[in-house]
Design a protein around this ligand. Structure first.
Ligand SMILES: [Zn+2]
Length: 292
């Protein structure tokens, strides 16, 4: 398998302990590098009726922490708002891209085993994985979407990513797409993924990229009006800070294979996706990790 090893990011000596309560830490200092040298910026835009808090931007490492580290759950679990509009209308496309996503992950795996989808929503990834021969399970914060997934026969559970309802070493693959930005306790969330993963398992973490070309505006403007600086996000990562959290837990970053074969629809989807990510024109950061 042709994968590049990416060296671990340096750890700052004063960065918070891995088991520290990062919700409490976040009021005082950066939850990655521990620096108190942060700039506070107000959130000026109302987010679809939800009032959003301001943000801290670490001037040393670039990590963003929300000023309300426990707010936003009601907005996130609001099915009508957070799921119906953004996901339910697009279920056919979601299922199709879930198959594409599985195909890429399968190219990085020796065999198809047990797959966990964190933030499974209506279950597109669970359904695609099951159709492709994976044993799949998922969790989501919203009871409404978990109910819909279960009605389709999918193994979905209402749970927080910081307290997963699975035994140690249950999964060969953990898929966490746009979830870690919803909890300030980054280590706790990543440690839970590692706990339920088998040694050597693959973990995909995708999250907004606070330093993408789309986010090249000055920090005050990003905090004031940009899409991802909302109440339902509590931490926003740069590539280096996300890599810092993961490598500090002993994870090894692996690159996607350059070439993954598939039908024309898949090849077109992946070429466009990779172009956006490599050029950092899109606002997402897509990373793959092996746990020890
Ligand atoms: Zn920092």
């Amino acid at each position: 398998m042709d994968v590049d090893r990416i060296p671990p990011a340096p750890v700052h000596p004063e960065s918070p302990a891995i088991d520290a309560d990062l919700v409490a830490v976040s009021a005082e200092r950066c939850t990655w590098c521990g620096s108190a040298d942060r700039q506070a910026y107000p959130r000026l835009r109302q987010d679809d009726g939800h009032s959003s808090p301001g943000w801290y931007h670490c001037t040393r490492c670039g990590l963003w922490n929300s000023q309300d580290p426990t707010g936003g759950d009601a907005a996130v679990a609001d099915e009508e708002y957070a799921y119906a509009g953004m996901y339910q209308k697009h279920l056919a496309r979601k299922l199709r891209t879930a198959h594409h996503r599985c195909r890429v992950l399968e190219a990085m795996m020796p065999a198809r085993g047990a797959l966990l989808d964190i933030g499974c929503s209506y279950g597109s990834m669970l359904a695609a994985g099951a159709q492709r021969g994976w044993r799949t399970a998922g969790v989501d914060i919203s009871p409404a979407v978990v109910k819909v997934a279960r009605e389709q026969g999918l193994d979905a559970h209402v749970a927080l990513m910081t307290a997963l309802p699975f035994a140690d070493g249950s999964f060969d693959l953990v898929h966490a797409k746009h979830v870690i930005e919803h909890d300030m306790q980054t280590y706790r969330a990543l440690s839970e993924m590692q706990r339920v993963a088998r040694p050597g398992a693959l973990i995909m973490v995708e999250t907004p990229d606070a330093e993408s070309r789309r986010h090249s505006a000055p920090p005050d403007q990003l905090a004031a009006t940009s899409k991802h600086w909302t109440i339902w996000h509590r931490v926003l990562f740069t590539p280096a800070t996300l890599a810092g959290f993961c490598t500090r837990l002993g994870w090894t970053q692996v690159a996607e294979p350059a070439v993954v074969w598939g039908p024309p629809g898949f090849l077109a989807w992946r070429a466009f996706k990779r172009w956006g990510e490599k050029s950092r024109r899109v606002s997402r950061l897509v990373t793959f990790w092996r746990v020890p």
